[in-house]
Design a protein around this ligand. Sequence first.
Ligand code: NAD
Length: 269
Amino acid sequence: MALVTGSTSGIGRATARLFAEEGAKVVVTGRRRKLGEQVVGEIESAGGIAVYYEADLADSQKTRDLVRFTVDTYGRIDVLVNNAMSHIVPWGGAEGPGLLITSDDDWDAMMAVGVKAPFIACQEAIPHMVRQGGGSIINISSIRGLVAMRNGGAYDVAKAGILNLSRQVTVDFARHGVRANTISPGWIQSDQAHDQFSEDPASVGNTLVPQPIRRPGRYIDIAYAALFLASDESTFVAGANLLVDGGLLTQNGFDIRRATLDAEGQSSA
Ligand code: NAD
């Protein structure tokens, strides 16, 4: 039984679908009922089991209710994926609001969904997981939780926070069978953008992949990593951070610059 937050779109949707394909009963959740019901429909047409629950995770009580709904519906909660993230503040690097111009409200909104909601969800889910004899919590961070991006502001701080939430849960609860791990995605694009990338080597997307694996990540790449961390194949993995970034952060600054030039079709030789 798995709860995947922010599963009306993107990485969350791909993860919910993959988990259901693998036999998990899934709670799909978000604020957009139509999209959520669509995801449930996709899962059911593929023979899986899912239910939609609408919740705005900026509201702590709704987050608690969401976890309770999962347990009430399926009788237990084996996997919790904290994936939802606020879009109130633009994510863009150079375009994002820097520290000096981030408003109190934007900061609070980012922290509420990006850090507090995962914390509350853990608080609600862990006692059930301990009672059941175990569970897997997967927090979706970002490469920007490890290295800051220019003007990254509140987003980068929130993503660093969630990384240590995984470690905290592990230190306190791994001995009770509750593992918490983080996934840090790099540049992930929609399947549509990804397909355009492969068809048109000169597309704008190409300039966004200065990484050893010369393609953007797909939503399913993150879903596969989540599947591993949710499964019994990872029972000795706790408090880890799994980078899924095509090798981006393995490089030093010079190599990132060279890879960018290569991607733009300018020789870096
Ligand atoms: P997305 O926008 O498709 O997914 C975010 C989801 O969170 C959406 O479904 C959205 O509705 C939901 N959400 C936002 N605020 C909410 C709220 N108040 N209550 C309930 N749900 C809320 O984008 P995505 O790319 O699939 O991102 C998923 C996760 O991956 C996010 O945590 C994001 O920070 C992280 N991430 C994405 C990338 C990338 O390149 N796409 C890179 C690194 C990390």
